[in-house]
Design a protein around this ligand. Structure first.
Ligand code: SF4
Length: 421
């Protein structure tokens, strides 16, 4: 009975923290729902002086000049598109239309998605012109797939969420209440195939398993890592906790993540860390290639001290998410480095350092620095001898921290930012 209760406790802590993050961000969003300012539209309407709320069904803003003459119309995708989550968060987009009702362009006001992906979307001139010149009816009636809208390379989910959000908002304005599209693509099928193969390799006892596993590692590095960039990371998990899980835009990735948590929780096997993580696989490949004489034995005291780091990083992530701080969580882990085009310097540095460390200490990054690995390890069952350990105690303490940050948000925020000012 004890192992079952422990597993329920671990799952409960995980869901409770995720729920608190979600509730906290829903509150922050409602409290800080930034109104649209005239300055945001002068790129389209140079003489704009006033945004007049349109109380009709379209629910946008009439853009007027100093004399009250109408220059055009503005529409905002939130809150109507708040169920459309890209890679890891919702996006608030503005669309401008001229007086005749033709789209002039769009811009992202605010996004909870990965910053680099959002930057890629706004830098893509071709994507930015997708709706230019279209009428209300054309945008509302648009089928993105048939129209050949494929998103921005390296930021596909973020850009497709922006596209879905715009079309959805126009449909709502036209009085259509169609739910946002559920998208299943080749990428989702590929990820499901990877999960199935990974599960098979995890449980099979067939001869030659290790040989197959080594081949599979190249698939994981090349396909999951470099081609898709579908790695579990704190940015992704924190984003899903804040905005909701992106099951409409990325069902394959959701299943991939669900299997990565469910298999170790039920069956003790670390599916993701053993089979599916491109960075774990890359470290193993590097360790195999390095001469054995390079191996370094980490002194026991240093080993014990370093093993605290992943847990401390999780606490840091929680603080960044709950306060919230302007800190790009992608820079904390190496995973975004696999999306070479948009990876930040910090991410690349962490990735290279982790791979170099693997030359001397097998899976050094996994053991001493990976918060995502620590989270997956926390939920992993440990069999009949399992007992309430330091990790469980730390997780309970983290839940209390999250609770305090939620309930005492105003005081903590004032203390932190007041002290920093
Ligand atoms: S510990 Fe981190 S880097 Fe290592 S395999 Fe697991 S998720 Fe990947």
């Amino acid at each position: 009975m004890r192992p079952v209760l422990l597993q329920l406790y671990r799952l409960g802590v995980l869901f409770a923290v995720a729920w608190l993050v979600r509730a906290h961000h829903a509150r922050l969003r409602a409290e800080g729902d930034a109104p649209v300012r005239v300055g945001e539209v002068t790129g389209w309407f140079t003489n704009a002086a006033e945004l007049q709320l349109d109380l009709e069904a379209r629910g946008g803003f009439r853009v007027r000049d100093r004399d009250g003459a109408e220059l055009g119309y503005l529409i905002r995708t939130l809150p109507q598109a708040d169920r459309i989550i890209g890679y890891c968060g919702i996006t608030d987009t503005l669309v401008a239309l001229d007086r005749e009702g033709h789209v002039l362009g769009f811009k992202i006001r605010k996004s909870e998605d990965t910053k680099t992906h959002v930057g890629d979307v706004m830098d893509d001139r071709h994507f930015k012109k997708t709706w230019n010149g279209m009428t209300w009816e054309q945008v509302a009636g648009m089928d993105l797939k048939n129209a050949g809208v494929e998103g921005v390379s390296g930021a596909t989910m973020t850009s497709m969420a922006v596209a879905e959000g715009i079309v959805h908002r126009f449909r709502v304005a036209q009085g259509e209440m169609r739910p946002p599209t559920f998208r299943v693509g080749l990428r989702d099928c590929g990820l499901v195939a990877v999960v199935v193969l990974g599960v098979w390799l995890t449980f099979t006892k067939r001869e030659g398993r290790e040989r197959w596993r080594r081949w599979f590692q190249w698939v994981v590095i090349g396909y999951v890592g470099f081609l898709n960039g579908d790695l579990l990371a704190q940015t992704l998990l924190a984003g899903w906790a804040k905005s909701g899980v992106a099951w409409r835009m990325a069902p394959g990735l959701v299943l991939f993540a669900a299997a990565s948590f469910a298999v170790p929780w039920v069956a003790r096997r670390p599916l993701y860390c053993q089979q599916l993580c491109p960075h774990g696989a890359a470290q193993e490949v590097i360790t195999r290639l390095a001469p054995v004489r390079w191996r370094v034995n980490v002194p026991a005291a240093l080993d014990r001290a370093l093993r605290w780091l992943p847990g401390l990083l999780l606490l840091f992530v929680l603080s960044v998410v709950m306060l919230p701080l302007e800190f790009d969580l992608a820079g904390l882990e190496p995973f975004d480095a696999y999306i070479i085009r948009s990876a930040g310097i910090a991410t690349i540095a962490v990735a290279i350092a982790g791979l170099l460390a693997a030359l001397f200490v097998p899976k050094a990054y996994c053991k001493y620095a990976c918060p995502t690995g620590a989270l997956l390890e926390f939920v992993r069952a440990r069999g009949t001898g399992d007992k309430f350990g330091r990790r469980d105690l730390a997780a309970g303490a983290m839940l209390l921290v999250a609770l305090a940050m939620h309930w005492l948000h105003a005081a903590i925020h004032a203390w932190v930012f007041g002290a920093a000012a």
